[in-house]
Design a protein around this ligand. Structure first.
Ligand code: MTE
Ligand code: HPA
Ligand code: MOS
Length: 749
């Protein structure tokens, strides 16, 4: 089944924030962001801006009735800068005018004078200066100190991974309208409508029940709208509330790129010890997370780095420490994988380094250390239903990887200026929010008198197809066509206290809540049907919109059943609440069972490198992935392809660069290169491992949103192998993204 939205997307009919018809009298906002990365504010002059014809008001921190500090985990981020600025682009003021053009013109008339303060962009420098956003954390398994003596080989190294711009097609934005009784209705392009609602309440000092946040869909989020949509929602709410006029804000791309946080860059040092039979005995790493100027989601992202720092391997003696470093960059934030890709890059680098030093393939080390059933993760959870070996073996067999490797080496021995490379990338990714509380969801289902169904949940549709999956869940329970189902917008008045749609768990959490609601309705409907058929409710069944009695059609239709239920005063509305069972985590011990289950998969990536120019193509991405019983193979395959491409982009070409003054240099699509169709692998094969899937996945269909991102890491190591084939003296280094410029340097040094 295709994504329910596809047709409207293609026809341009789908409604995004900027498509909502504007109410008469709507004002338009523009944000004045700090031009400098760090400074004490000496003077902020908004008078020229405010006196420009058409300008209604310029808001600063002084206008805030409640708290100025926002931030989902630690409230350390000013909505508007107060006495100092901490990153270039930090919001200082909001201009509200009768049209966007005037608002933007007024922004250019605002004068900010600052006394410059030292700028830090490097997390290691921040760490040395004691600039940490919060205390570091360490995960441990076994005994690292005693383990080194038992290793036959020990290797050390340093790794770096860069930031990544989300580049959702729809930029950040929000539209707030004053409503009856001192209330507000806010449309927001957010993954977390409750976070927007709650923060507006805090900043305006009004109760949450006075704020209704509504989201039809996003033109992509990728984590960039989990936390960072909130500030923009609050800004328009503030203006709308104080002016009692509708206020709209939609960022221009260049402002969005400049003002919002990205994937966290990480720098790391590792040490890996192996036995002579290639078992990893010990792995120690210290990672420096570049958090930017405020906490944002960094603690949760740091945590997921720790969870996934051994990827799909069992390492009996492990010690991983992560520092979250405060720098003068926009607060870095959630991005597909949520710290896991950064952690996995370190262990894969360590394996690549060891393989290179031992003159063997990384595959040999990977294979010797893949997780087995009942192995313990460094966070205490025991691996169950472990599929990594099955994925890896299937990949090796299905594509005859050793033959590909052989062909590549034959090719490389006769080709001098063109080299090829291969790398495998296994992935193990835990499903659940690492913060246990967040693993809950609600659904509200109405069946209308004509038999049509309206569904509201906390899930946000951002292109990942969650609405289609949810419609399928309801249609499956009632055995009706998905045509009968309408997915309503996500709305805090209909479904309250929601978690953001994130952690790949949107379909699992909201789908399970929906299952509970639909099953409740089904139970009542069966009693009605039994009465109509004059039998026990155990003997009736709904199948393909018909009522069956003892397996035989009664001719009674779904519509007739619903009509009868209404006439006999049976409630056609149900609410479902779901919270993931069994999971917990004890932060004092850093042990627990944080994940409902793990997603497994393995990818082989091959590349061809032009060693004269440093240019390369990704030839193949061969993937074996454990979907469980996929609810929607079309959507799930799309998620794998999209995730893979985003991962390849992060590893090979997307280079966010700031100068020493903390000014973003790669601030538009002419300077920030993202993959296009020519950068895509020439051939992609996605094979579904035949498994049933875990009980805790929605209808045994495993979460799929983030794990495939990490297949892209294979591209780095495939390229590295191609470089090595050309430059025998190349000393492996781990500094992503491996752009063509960097490749060229490594070919000749
Ligand atoms: N796919 C599309 N098309 N657009 C997106 O914004 N976000 C990704 C992933 N796939 C995203 C996407 C991220 S970061 C997550 S966490 C999941 O989708 C969230 O949705 P899910 O929980 O329903 O999988
Ligand atoms: N993943 C994604 N988003 C989150 C998480 C997580 O584990 N925790 C809080 N927000
Ligand atoms: Mo996804 S990074 O959890 O929004």
């Amino acid at each position: 089944m295709n994504n329910l939205d596809s047709e409207n997307h293609i026809r341009g009919k789908s409604v995004y924030l900027d498509d909502i018809p504007e109410v008469k009298g709507t004002l338009h906002a523009a944000v004045f962001g700090s031009p400098v990365a760090h400074g004490r504010i000496l003077k902020l002059d908004i008078s020229k801006a405010e006196s420009l014809a058409g300008v209604e008001k310029v808001f600063t921190f002084k206008d805030i009735p409640g708290e100025n500090e926002i931030g989902g985990i630690i409230a350390d981020e000013p909505l508007f800068a107060c006495d100092s600025v901490h990153f270039s682009g930090q919001a200082v003021a909001l201009v509200v005018a009768d049209c966007e053009h005037t608002a933007r013109k007024a922004v250019s008339l605002i004068e900010l004078v600052t006394e410059p303060l030292g700028v830090i962009t490097d997390p290691r420098v921040a760490k040395d200066k004691g600039e940490l956003l919060f205390p570091p954390r360490t995960f441990r398994l076994g005994n690292i100190t005693g383990a080194w003596d038992r290793c036959d080989h020990v290797f050390e190294g340093k790794t770096d991974t860069g930031a990544q711009e989300h580049l959702y097609i729809e930029t950040q934005g929000a539209y707030a309208l004053p409503a009856d009784n001192n209330s507000l209705k806010v449309y927001s392009s957010t993954q977390g409508p409750t976070a927007v609602q709650k923060t507006i309440a805090r900043v305006l000092r009004i109760p949450m029940n006075h704020i209704e946040v509504d989201v039809a869909r996003l033109g992509g989020g990728f984590g960039g709208k989990e936390d960072q949509a909130t500030g923009f929602g609050v800004m328009v709410a503030l203006a709308a509330h104080l002016l009692q006029r509708p206020v709209k804000l939609a960022l221009h791309r260049i402002d969005d790129i400049r003002m919002t946080g990205k994937r966290h860059p990480y720098s790391a040092d590792f040490r890996i010890g192996l036995s002579s039979d290639l078992k990893i005995i010990a792995f120690q790493a210290t990672l420096y997370q570049n958090g930017g100027a405020a906490t944002d989601l960094s603690p949760a992202i740091l945590e997921r780095t720790l969870f996934h720092s051994t990827n799909a391997y069992f390492i009996p003696n492990t010690e991983i420490t992560v520092y979250s470093c405060r720098t003068n960059l926009p607060p870095n934030t959630a991005f597909r994988g949520f710290g896991a890709p950064q952690g996995m890059f370190v262990i894969e680098s360590a394996i690549a380094k060891a393989a290179s030093e031992l003159n063997i393939t990384a595959r040999q080390i990977q294979y010797a250390n893949l997780l087995n059933e009942n192995d313990e993760f460094q966070y205490g959870q025991i691996a169950k239903d472990t599929r990594i070996r099955q994925c890896y073996d299937t990949l090796l067999k299905r594509h005859n990887i050793e033959k590909i490797a052989e062909e590549i080496s034959v090719f490389n021995s006769s080709s001098h200026t063109v080299k090829r490379g291969l790398a495998l990338m296994p992935v193990c990714f835990g499903i659940s929010f690492t913060n246990t509380t967040m693993n809950q969801a609600r659904a509200l289902v109405h069946i209308y008198q004509d038999g049509s169904i309206g569904i509201s949940t906390g899930a946000i549709e951002m292109g990942q197809g969650v609405n289609t999956k949810l419609a399928q869940v309801a249609a499956a329970v009632f055995s009706v066509s998905t045509d009968r189902v309408k997915m309503e917008s996500t709305n805090t008045t209909r479904v309250a206290n929601t978690s953001p749609t994130a952690a790949s768990s949107g379909a699992d959490l909201n789908g399970n809540a929906l299952l509970i609601a639909c099953n409740g309705l089904l139970k009542r409907l069966k009693i009605v049907a039994a009465k109509m058929c004059e039998c026990s409710d155990n003997d009736v069944k709904i199948e393909n919109e018909l009522i069956l009695k003892n397996g035989i059609s009664t001719g009674i239709t779904w519509q007739q059943l619903i009509h009868k239920a209404f006439l006999t005063r049976i409630s056609l509305t149900e609410n479902g609440h779901y919270s993931t069972p069994y999971i917990y985590f004890d932060k004092t011990k850093e042990k627990g069972h944080p994940f409902a289950y793990h997603v497994y998969g393995a990818a082989a990536v091959t590349v061809t490198l032009d060693c004269i120019r440093g240019m390369y193509t990704i030839d193949q991405a061969l993937i074996v992935h454990d979907f469980g019983s996929s609810l929607n193979p079309v959507i799930d395959k799309g998620q794998i392809e999209g995730g893979l491409m985003q991962g390849i982009g992060w590893m090979t070409m997307e280079e966010v660069s700031y100068n020493n003054d903390g000014r973003l240099l790669s601030n538009s699509l002419s300077t920030y290169k993202v993959p296009d169709i020519y950068s895509a692998p020439k051939f992609v094969d996605i094979h579904a491992l035949e498994t049933e899937g875990p009980e805790l996945a929605i209808m045994k269909s495993k979460a799929v949103g983030e794990p495939p991102f990490m297949y892209g890491i294979g591209a780095y190591f495939a390229l590295q192998n191609a470089i090595k084939a050309f430059n025998k003296g190349y000393v492996l280094d781990f500094d992503a993204p491996l752009t063509p410029e960097k490749v060229l340097m490594r070919l000749y040094t």
